[in-house]
Design a protein around this ligand. Structure first.
Ligand SMILES: *Cc1c(COP(=O)(O)O)cnc(C)c1O
Length: 416
């Protein structure tokens, strides 16, 4: 079901008209649909059905406590990549035994915190990290549950900045070295091997590369078992893509159906770390048109949201659909425009050469699919306060993060 649709004259999130929301909370604002979040999470949970599994939401996609709390109550675990995300996940009520700690550069302090809270598993990305974790665990008199993040050397066929499963990536242990690193892990007193993990990239629109990677992982698991290394958990990572424009990524059901035969055969608990595919299409960025500007060559629509609110177009040349909130505009003339923000950078655009309904000064626009890697990547560049985040449930809404104030922006600084 689409939770962002026109009802009467306005585009709505669930039953809340975005025009009313903009009047109440101002713009720019991120608007999330609780129902859309839960639909996506439930689709994963059902897709893995009767196989023992845990869906660990990748917190970095959208770390808002309202989002995390909603998913926590639905039974989600968390995939975290920093001590800060551990703090957030715990604050949101995610049980430590449902938290996995990923990331290529964990510090010893972060390791200590995660060991103290007794997280489910550390996804270790190098022999150096393994030795550091062993030392920290032994100092604390505990054993750290570990999966090695194995780099299966498959091409995820996505944007190079979000490809992580090729041999040349900084991520994981090359699959050719994995047996040696596992052998070392098995000898370390502070380490308990519990699983194997991979994560080959993000915004994947085909499941084939994941399936290919999993076959390589499965053969590694077989060889580890021959050496009496117990592997009870296989973590297939996240990365499933969403539709921004005309992509047709597999559904959660198709994704699971492709992977489950191999996973069943291994008889393991399955871990999945989806971020974007849970929250990406559950949010939009609401913005207001400040000005129109026409030159002989171009037409610009200048809006109050900018690259500091949504960096994906500038960073990945990403496409986000942009819809007028006022339904009447859809029946009017069309034109080709650049939609740009107020920031002093030519890279500050939300859309380039976009053919769309003509909009006027004061109109509201919805930048779609802005639930993932939008607020999460927001900055205060140009000393712009970060926008409010709102979570809608039916005809009600909650401000789950208030708009920053100028005071917030200088808190912690010292004037000389
Ligand atoms: C980013 C990341 C994810 C989530 O990726 P999505 O594309 O948002 O699903 C999962 N696991 C790890 C290790 C990651 O770095």
């Amino acid at each position: 079901m689409n939770h962002f649709a026109y009802h009467d004259r306005d585009l709505c999130c669930e039953s809340v008209p975005l025009r009313a929301l903009a009047d109440a909370v101002g713009t720019p604002a991120y608007v999330y649909s609780r129902a859309a979040l839960l639909d996506a999470f439930t689709a994963y949970d059902r897709a893995f059905g009767d196989v023992p599994h845990l869906i660990c939401y990748a917190v970095k996609a959208n770390a808002n406590l309202g989002v995390l709390g909603t998913l926590a109550r639905a039974g989600a675990g968390a995939d975290i990549v920093s001590g800060g995300e551990l703090y957030r996940a715990l604050r949101a009520g995610i049980p430590p035994r449902k938290i996995i700690f990923s990331g290529v550069g964990k510090t010893r302090d972060e390791m200590r915190d995660a060991l103290k809270t007794e997280v489910l598993m550390f996804n270790v990305e190098s022999a150096g990290e393994l030795r550091a974790l062993d030392e920290v665990a032994r100092e604390m008199g505990v054993r750290a549950p570990v999966a090695l993040r194995v780099n299966p050397d498959v091409d995820p066929e996505t944007h190079p900045y979000i490809s992580t499963g090729l041999r040349t990536a900084k991520f994981g242990v090359p699959i050719a070295d994995a047996l040696d690193v596992y052998a070392e892990a098995a000898r370390l007193g502070g380490i308990e091997v519990v699983g194997v993990q991979m994560h080959i990239g993000s915004q994947l629109v085909k499941v084939t590369p994941v399936a290919d990677g999993l076959v390589r992982l499965a053969s590694l698991v077989g060889r580890l078992r021959e050496r009496r290394v117990r592997v009870g958990m296989v973590d297939v990572g996240g990365g499933l893509g969403i539709r921004y424009r005309d992509e047709a990524p597999p559904t959660q059901t198709e994704y699971a159906r492709t992977l489950l035969p191999v996973l069943r055969e291994l008889g393991v608990t399955v871990l999945v770390e989806p971020g974007r595919s849970i929250v990406g299409n559950a949010g939009l960025l609401l913005t207001r048109v400040l000005y129109r500007k026409e030159t002989v060559d171009k037409k610009f629509v200048i809006v109050d949201a900018a690259m500091n609110d949504l960096i994906r177009p500038a960073l990945y040349n990403a496409y986000h659909a942009i819809e007028p909130v006022d339904r009447a505009r859809l029946a009017g003339p069309r034109e080709t425009v650049d939609i740009v923000g107020p920031i002093c950078e030519s890279g500050d655009f939300l859309a380039k050469d976009r053919e769309m309904a003509r909009v006027e000064e004061g109109d509201l626009l919805a930048v779609m699919s802005a639930g993932a890697y939008a607020f999460a990547m927001a900055s205060n560049y140009n000393t712009r306060p970060r926008a409010a985040e709102v979570l809608v449930e039916g005809n009600r809404y909650t401000i789950v993060r208030r708009r920053e104030t100028y005071e917030d922006l200088v808190a912690g600084e010292t004037a000389l």
